[in-house]
Design a protein around this ligand. Structure first.
Ligand SMILES: Cc1ncc(COP(=O)(O)O)c(C=O)c1O
Length: 295
């Protein structure tokens, strides 16, 4: 992966309806989105030139903004078309796609009733979220100190930038200790998710995954649940307590960036990436290919 900083790369970025040279896609320091986190985004992947579940991501982006009380001034169809255009102009077929929408600069207090809503879309090559060698053996997860907050305190269904503050802190702490990522509990002390991915466990041939009642019900999570059911695996969505981790044989995480990534350790608990994880990893990688989708 290139180490060129993200603001110094080449290519084009779609910015409020126009394609602009990559390094010109800037915003003013007095932007409401920067000061008050009135900002939502998406993370998507294109495989073989087609974005996997593009429309679902565009719909989620629009919904995320609504939860933050703003409306993105582009339709789902326009956002889908814009993403295709940026990919094409950047000459990419396998790429990560990042739409981001935020409140502009017209008002700079907490209230920003009439601020312009901006939308930008960038794409870049991002082969593997985790170190590829470590990924296949299973990554190691720390237990995060921060918990996913009570839905009464945050718009938990929004993919809002502000909700990632505790994710970055948790991931940094985990990385400093040599882990790849951290598992977060929720405000009740139940297992929730990783800092950028959902989590699944295997016990006696069945999949167990936390009910997404205070964190993102990921598009990859739902895809993997469908794939598991297609294979005839039982999928149990329920509250999972950290004490139960000892009784699970396999564990993996799911997300657009992480795809399906086996987990070998969570704190003191160990897992062996096994047949079910491997089957779902293979099924997912087949499912995202445009040929499988056209068939
Ligand atoms: C906090 C968090 N949870 C879960 C997910 C998985 O969501 P998806 O599968 O839609 O990418 C992501 C990734 O976007 C995330 O950032």
């Amino acid at each position: 992966m290139s180490v060129i900083p993200f603001d110094q790369r080449e290519g084009v970025i779609w910015f409020d309806g126009k394609l602009v040279p990559w390094q010109d896609a800037t915003l003013h320091v007095l932007s409401h989105g920067l000061h008050y986190a009135s900002c939502v985004f998406e993370g998507e992947r294109a495989y073989g030139g087609a974005i996997f579940k593009s429309t679902e991501h565009s719909q989620r982006l629009k919904k995320s903004a609504e939860y933050l009380d703003f409306e993105i001034p582009f339709s789902v169809e326009e956002i889908d078309a814009a993403k295709r255009l940026v990919l094409e102009k950047n000459g990419q077929v396998d790429a990560y796609v990042r739409p981001v929408a935020w409140r502009g600069s017209e008002m700079m207090g907490v209230s920003a009733q009439h601020n312009k809503i901006h939308l930008a879309i960038a794409t870049w090559e991002w082969p593997s979220y985790f170190d590829p060698a470590q990924r296949l053996k299973g990554i190691r997860l720390d237990m995060a100190e921060f918990r996913r907050p009570d839905p009464a305190t945050i718009p938990c269904k929004s993919k809002a930038a502000g909700l990632y503050m505790i994710c970055t802190i948790s991931k940094h702490k985990a990385e400093r200790k040599g882990y790849a990522d951290a598992l977060m509990l929720d405000w009740r002390g139940q297992v929730a998710e990783c800092t950028g991915a959902n989590v699944f466990f295997v016990k006696d041939g069945a999949l167990h995954t936390p009910t997404p009642d205070c964190f993102l019900d990921g598009i990859t999570r739902r895809t993997v649940i469908d794939l598991a059911k297609r294979r005839g695996f039982e999928v149990v969505e329920r509250a999972i307590l950290p004490g139960e981790l000892e009784g699970f044989s396999e564990c993996f995480i799911t997300g657009t960036a992480a795809e399906v990534t086996p987990v070998a350790e969570i704190g003191p608990y160990t897992f062996v990436p096994g047949a079910i994880t491997k089957a779902l990893l293979d099924d997912y990688m087949a499912e995202v290919q445009p040929k499988a989708r056209a068939a």
